[in-house]
Design a protein around this ligand. Structure first.
Ligand SMILES: O=C(O)CCC(=O)C(=O)O
Ligand SMILES: [Fe+2]
Length: 294
């Protein structure tokens, strides 16, 4: 099925979603249903419950923890030009809070994200879509924690489309697919989305909120409550943020993994790839945070 067909199917089911709550948890079947397509078209996101089993989540988490300890051991700072967010986590120990290109360092993750069950998601994105293990930032694993040395306790309002501007390209439609690797009830912070903002014009996409600096809750935002193993899809043009956990220490940990489904030109990265401009800015901000924490 082409993306246009899914879109049309969604338009036809449009009236039926009027009564669906904004935090509806759908089930991922063999195909994306007309109702699901209509929900995505109207609101800009979909939440699918229980897509990965608890064993699979545990195995992925083990793989991420292994990559983290290896990179700490080797004092890795950058992978293919993309800085790793390195902070101080539980017990003030070094922690990799944003791990890029994870599927290049774990056969399990690489295979898992190619599992048959994601086929409907892949088809939703396009007919010629591929998983960009070594493109952009690869398959990224975010680990948020609220402790004094954390460089990633939260993430301010942003759209993912704007990143393209840093690559001097106009943002195209893209869907971001996130697998949630920890339970995250609303009371632990987590993902917040502004429904429908994927339909906004270019100007609002640039200036509706102050990128990454604004953390203020929006009265219209939707709280995405997830359990480990849930999958979310959101339109890259949608405004979203990650709210800091009010808890501290282990209780505040939240982990998400984003699978890069790409349709544009193949642009593999390597150890000689340059660091994109916006990553330099972020690295500076994180250094400042850690320096203040000394
Ligand atoms: O952790 C999340 O669920 C969202 C992460 C995010 O929005 C991003 O990395 O751009
Ligand atoms: Fe994002």
């Amino acid at each position: 099925m082409s993306a246009a067909a899914v879109f049309e199917m969604g338009m036809n089911a449009s009236a039926e979603i009027d009564d669906l709550p904004l935090d509806t948890r759908f089930e991922l079947g063999a195909e994306v249903t007309p109702i699901q397509a209509a929900f995505l078209e109207r609101h800009g996101y979909l939440i699918f419950g229980n897509v990965a089993s608890s064993d699979e989540v545990e195995r992925i988490n083990q793989e991420v923890n292994r990559i983290e300890s290896e990179w700490i051991q080797d004092d890795r700072k950058v992978i293919n030009g993309v800085p790793i967010f390195k902070g101080l986590g539980l017990e003030n120990k070094p922690m990799m809070q944003r791990i890029p290109f994870s599927s290049c360092y774990s056969d399990y993750i690489r295979q898992f994200i190619r599992s048959e069950r994601f086929e409907p998601v892949r088809k939703l994105i396009g007919d010629t879509v591929r998983i960009g293990d070594n493109e952009k930032d690869g398959c990224v694993v975010n680990t948020y924690v609220n402790v004094p040395g954390s460089v990633y306790p939260k993430l301010g309002w942003h759209t993912d489309g704007l990143r393209d501007l840093f690559y001097f390209r106009m943002p195209k439609q893209m869907l971001n697919v996130g697998l949630h690797l920890t339970d995250c009830p609303a009371s632990n912070g987590g993902l917040r989305l502004l429904p429908g903002t994927h339909h906004q014009g270019f100007f609002k996409m640039c200036f509706h909120k102050l990128y990454f600096v604004d953390h203020k809750p929006d009265p219209k935002e939707v709280t995405v409550e997830t359990r480990a193993g849930d999958l979310t899809i959101h339109d890259g043009r949608l405004w979203h943020r990650v709210q800091q956990s009010p808890h501290t220490g282990a209780a505040s940990v939240r982990r998400s993994m984003y699978v890069p489904y790409l349709t544009d030109d193949f642009e593999p990265k390597s150890e000689s790839s340059k660091t994109p401009f916006y990553h330099h800015l972020g690295a500076l901000a994180r250094q400042l945070k850690l320096w203040r924490h000394r």
